[in-house]
Design a protein around this ligand. Structure first.
Ligand SMILES: NC(=O)c1ccc[n+]([C@@H]2O[C@H](COP(=O)([O-])OP(=O)(O)OC[C@H]3O[C@@H](n4cnc5c(N)ncnc54)[C@H](OP(=O)(O)O)[C@@H]3O)[C@@H](O)[C@H]2O)c1
Length: 373
């Protein structure tokens, strides 16, 4: 884009946690360069945390106000306690205000770095108005199919960008979308799509007991605060559903068959009770891992989609040279087998979680939404 094609973008960002704060920092550091390089003028209209929106009251937040709000948030002061706060219930005013400030809905980009789908109505209204939406948050994409489609397609313009939601920006979703759009036929998608389960299965395969492997995964920060969310396979199931929907499948979350690695009965415990009980689970999955070892194989938690409708997330025994078994513990691996990539499938591998790569993927998607990438 030429420098004289000045383009204003109004940002409305949901979530200023680990990923969201990193996104704000990247945008603050790059805004001047984007102005010079692309004629792109990116400004925040509003930020939201779980308590409220923070707005500039009918105008953009200044970079100083954004910095101060984030600093106060990091120091424990939620937006509801800061000046310029507007309740979540006022989301229509906030969205309308951003469109007015930008002069056109096509210049509004909503960045969802939150969790949960409480803000799905705002995202849907933004897309219906012709604004763009960028998601790190998987929840709005894994609700009912009709909601996914309403986010993906709007007859009024704008666009949806979701590369941070699967593989933390590894280019699997764009490769899949391009493959389908250009008339290729999917034969199978295989994925190792969880950093925490990748590490955990690596440890089990090396003979480490369940309790130690889990403690190590938790200590390294690979798991959710409640590690049962990882062990249940739920997060992998959501990623598989997103892959399937991007591939064109009319699937719902309930269509994914998920094998849980959580010890039986552990779901009934409180988090504190579960953590206290971890040493009792030393033998959990031990026979499974040792049988695989005896057969010269490794255990890996994998997801699989086939065009006949099969959507499965399961613990599999694989030979070490299998494409989904290779690579370091927490890395993600995606194997795309299509009519064009058949004998030799397309393999995309690398870090599939982490704040830096995820925030970077959100910002790249913002630049795509703004039309400069
Ligand atoms: N971390 C990763 O490697 C990674 C990779 C890919 C995708 N993601 C996804 O990225 C998202 C953010 O992850 P994170 O690690 O940054 O999580 P986090 O640190 O827990 O931050 C979540 C943020 O969302 C805010 N929030 C929660 N509910 C909200 C609501 N209804 N409206 C507005 N804001 C709300 C929270 O508000 P408070 O500050 O008030 O609590 C917090 O600022 C999640 O959906 C996660 O699954 C993360």
């Amino acid at each position: 884009m030429r420098r004289d094609m000045n383009r204003d973008i109004a940002l409305l960002q949901l979530g200023v946690g680990r990923v969201g704060a990193a996104v704000v920092h990247i945008i603050a550091a790059q805004a001047e360069r984007w102005r010079e390089r692309y004629g792109l003028n990116v400004r925040y209209y509003a930020l939201a945390d779980s308590t409220a929106f923070l707005t500039g009251k009918q105008t953009f937040l200044t970079p100083e106000a954004v910095r101060a709000a984030l600093l106060a948030h990091e120091n424990g002061q939620r937006f509801a306690e800061q000046s310029g706060a507007a309740s979540h219930d006022e989301w229509t005013h906030v969205l309308d205000g951003s469109v007015e400030a930008a002069g056109d809905a096509a210049r509004v980009v909503v960045l969802d770095c939150a969790s949960g789908d409480a803000m799905a109505p705002l995202l849907l209204a933004a897309r219906a108005a012709g604004a763009s939406v960028v998601l790190a948050n998987k929840d709005p994409l894994t609700g009912p199919l009709a909601q996914y489609r309403a986010l993906a397609e709007s007859e009024y313009g704008g666009s949806l960008h979701i590369s941070a939601t699967v593989g933390a920006g590894l280019p699997i979703l764009s490769a899949l979308a391009a493959s389908v759009a250009s008339g290729d036929t999917i034969i199978e998608i295989g994925a190792r799509a969880s950093g925490s389960l990748g590490f955990f299965c690596d440890e089990l395969s090396r003979g480490v007991a369940f309790d130690q492997a889990l403690r190590e995964a938790m200590a390294r920060g690979y798991t959710e605060p409640d590690p049962r969310l990882d062990l249940s396979g739920f997060d992998v199931a959501r990623k598989l559903l997103i892959l399937a929907r991007v591939a064109g499948a009319s699937a719902e979350l309930a269509d994914v068959q998920v094998e849980s690695l959580a010890p039986q009965g552990s779901e009934a415990l409180s988090l504190a009770e579960f953590v206290a009980a971890i040493p009792d689970y030393a033998d959990h999955l031990a026979a499974r891992a040792s049988n695989a070892r005896s057969a010269g194989q490794v255990v890996r938690y994998v997801a699989r989609m086939r065009p006949d409708g099969e959507l499965r997330a399961l613990l599999a025994d694989l030979p070490p040279e299998h494409l989904l078994a290779r690579g370091a513990g927490p890395d993600n691996v995606f194997v795309l087998r299509t009519a064009r990539y058949d004998a030799n499938p397309l393999v995309i591998a690398g870090p599939g979680a982490g704040i830096g790569v995820t925030a970077g993927a959100v910002v790249s998607d913002l630049l795509r939404a703004a039309g400069v990438l």
